[in-house]
Design a protein around this ligand. Structure first.
Ligand SMILES: [Zn+2]
Length: 485
C-alpha cells in the first residue's frame, strides 16, 4: 500500500516522501514502516509504545489515528498519509463536496493538460476533479482580474463568471494583460471571455457586462462556490463583502495601490469579513484611488496570482488559507507580511447583532460618502469650456491645483498654485477673497473636498470647482501652453 509521509516526519524515514508497504490494516502498515525504517519508531511512538499524540494517520482522507481503527481491513489501493498535527492538523476541507467531485471525469486530454497538477499528491485526480467542478465568480476584469482569471482558467476551473461593465481603454493595457490592443473599446468581459476560451474551450464562461448593484449582486453570485473581488472601488468592495455573507459564499479579497497589495479570505467558515477589518472606507478624495494613484505594471499580476492561488487552495482543500489573516506585499522592498485579523463581534453584517440583513436596504453610496450631502451648500463650478473662456478673457482668478506631485508631472497646469488639501486651512491667507478661486484636480472630486475643507476653515471668498477636473481640459491646456510660448 502507498504511504505518504509529511515533510516534517521525513527525517525519521531517510527523507522518504512516499513508500510502498505491505499490509492490510493500519496496524500492519505501521509495523511494516518501523521494520523498514527502524529510526521511525522513535518518531512515531512514545516511551510507552503509544502513537505520539501529534501524529495523525489518514487513509484516503479518512482519520484512522485512533488505535481502535488500526485493525480495520483497508480496501485495496488505499493510500495512507502520516501527518504531524503541528504542520496544520488534518487536511483542510474543500469547498467542493465529495459528491460533486465524484460526478466529474477527466479524459485523456485532461490527464495530459493537467499533468503537473496530477503529479502533486495533494491535488492529484481528486483535486483536479474538484477544480473542474468548481464555479467561480470574478468581479472586475482589470489588473487583478487579468491574472486571477487566466490562472483559474489554466488551472481547469470548470465554470467562470466574469462581471465587469467597463470597456477596454488604451491606458488599461499597461497592467490588464487579459486584454490586447485589438480589444480597445470592446467590453472587458468580451475580451476576458475570448482569452479564457483561448486557454480552454471546455470552460463554461459566463460574461456579465453589467455593474454590480445592491439589487443584482445576490442573484449574480448565487449558486457559485467562490467569489474573487478584483474591483477597484470601495463601494463595490463593501457590496461584494455583504452579498457574499448573505449568500454564504467565501470571498477572496485583493487590492492594489501603487507598489503595494493586500490579499485576504473573508467569510470562510464564519471567519472575519471586510467590515470586521475596515468598518468603513476613507471618505472620497482623502486617498487617491488606484486609477488616480497608479500602480506598477506587474503588481496586479503578482497579487491577482496570489488571489487565484488562494482560490485553488480553497477549492482543492489544501494548505493554510488567508481566512482570519491579511497578507500585505510591498513590491519595492519585496517585504510581505501575514497579520492576523479578528472577527468583530459588533460587525453589522457578520457579528452577533446584525443590522444589515438585506443589502438592498443598505445605502452604499451614503456609506462610501458618494452621496451629495443635502445640508451642505452645493459647490459651484465651471465646465471645461467656461473655464477656458475665462482663461482666454484673462478674468482675474487664483487657480489652485490639489493633485499629487506625480499627477502634476504628467500634466502641468500653467499658472496654477499648488496647495495640497491637507495644507489648505493653514495656507488660506495666500488666497485673495476679492477674486474667484478655482480648484482643479484630476476628475473634479478632490477639488470639491478642497472647497468644503476651506469653507469649514471659515474662508469666505468665492470658491469654484473645475467640473470633471483636468481630464476634460487636456486639449485646452496644450493650446494655452502653446500660446504662452
Ligand atoms: Zn464582519
Amino acid at each position: 500500500m502507498k504511504v505518504y509521509i509529511s515533510a516534517t516526519l521525513r527525517t525519521f524515514f531517510d527523507k522518504t516522501a512516499q513508500t510502498e508497504i505491505e499490509g492490510k490494516t493500519v496496524g500492519e502498515i505501521l509495523k511494516g514502516l518501523t521494520d523498514e525504517y527502524p529510526e521511525s519508531k522513535k518518531g512515531l511512538y512514545d516511551d510507552d509504545g503509544k502513537l505520539r499524540s501529534f501524529i495523525r494517520i489518514f487513509v484516503n482522507d479518512e482519520d484512522f489515528t485512533d488505535v481502535s481503527r488500526h485493525k480495520e481491513k483497508l480496501s485495496e489501493n488505499s493510500e495512507v498519509l502520516l501527518l504531524p498535527l503541528i504542520a496544520g492538523g488534518k487536511p483542510s476541507d474543500s469547498i467542493i463536496s465529495d459528491e460533486r467531485q465524484k460526478e466529474i471525469s477527466i479524459d485523456e486530454k485532461g490527464i495530459e493538460r493537467f499533468n503537473k497538477h496530477l503529479m502533486l499528491r495533494e491535488i492529484s485526480v481528486k483535486g483536479q476533479k474538484r477544480i473542474k467542478a468548481a464555479k467561480v465568480v470574478v468581479i472586475g476584469a482589470g489588473a487583478l482580474g487579468s491574472a486571477a482569471i487566466q490562472y483559474l482558467a489554466a488551472a481547469g476551473v470548470g465554470t467562470i463568471k466574469v462581471i465587469d461593465h467597463d470597456k477596454v481603454e488604451l491606458g488599461n493595457l499597461q497592467s490588464q494583460v487579459i486584454h490586447g490592443a485589438r480589444d480597445v473599446n470592446r467590453p472587458k468581459v468580451a475580451s476576458a471571455r475570448d482569452t479564457i476560451r483561448n486557454i480552454d474551450r471546455s470552460i463554461e464562461v459566463i460574461d456579465e457586462n453589467q455593474q454590480l448593484t445592491a439589487e443584482n449582486a445576490i442573484d449574480l453570485i448565487d449558486g457559485f462556490d467562490l467569489v474573487l473581488d478584483c474591483t477597484d472601488n470601495y463601494k463595490a468592495r463593501y457590496l461584494i463583502n455583504d452579498a457574499c455573507i448573505l449568500a454564504g459564499i467565501p470571498l477572496v479579497f485583493a487590492s492594489i495601490y501603487q507598489y503595494e497589495g493586500l490579499v485576504s479570505v473573508f467569510n470562510y467558515k464564519g471567519g472575519p469579513c471586510l467590515r470586521c477589518l475596515f468598518p468603513a472606507p476613507p471618505s472620497p478624495g482623502l486617498v487617491p484611488t488606484c486609477t488616480e494613484g497608479g500602480s506598477i505594471s506587474p503588481l496586479g499580476g503578482i497579487i491577482g496570482s496570489i488571489q487565484a492561488n488562494e482560490a485553488l487552495k480553497l477549492i482543492i482543500g489544501i494548505g493554510e488559507h488567508l481566512d482570519g489573516k491579511l497578507l500585505t506585499f510591498d513590491s519595492l522592498n519585496l517585504k510581505s507580511r501575514v497579520v492576523n485579523i479578528d472577527k468583530d463581534c459588533d460587525c453589522p453584517i457578520c457579528g452577533l447583532n446584525k443590522t444589515i440583513t438585506e443589502i438592498v436596504d443598505f445605502d452604499y453610496e451614503d456609506f462610501c460618502g458618494l452621496k451629495e450631502d443635502e445640508t451642505e451648500i452645493p459647490v459651484e463650478g465651471f465646465t471645461a469650456d467656461e473655464f477656458a473662456k475665462r482663461l482666454e478673457e484673462e478674468v482675474p482668478m487664483t487657480i489652485i491645483d490639489v493633485r499629487e506631485p506625480h499627477e502634476r508631472a504628467i500634466l502641468r497646469f500653467p499658472g496654477a498654485v499648488v496647495i495640497p488639501i491637507g495644507q489648505l486651512a493653514r495656507r488660506q491667507k495666500e488666497l485673495n477673497p476679492d477674486i474667484d478661486t478655482v480648484f482643479i484636480c484630476k476628475e473634479g472630486k478632490r477639488s470639491i473636498l478642497a472647497i468644503n475643507t476651506l469653507r469649514e476653515a471659515g474662508y469666505e471668498g468665492p470658491l469654484y470647482n473645475l467640473k470633471g477636473g483636468i481630464e476634460g481640459m487636456k486639449d485646452i491646456i496644450f493650446s494655452h501652453e502653446a500660446g504662452l510660448l
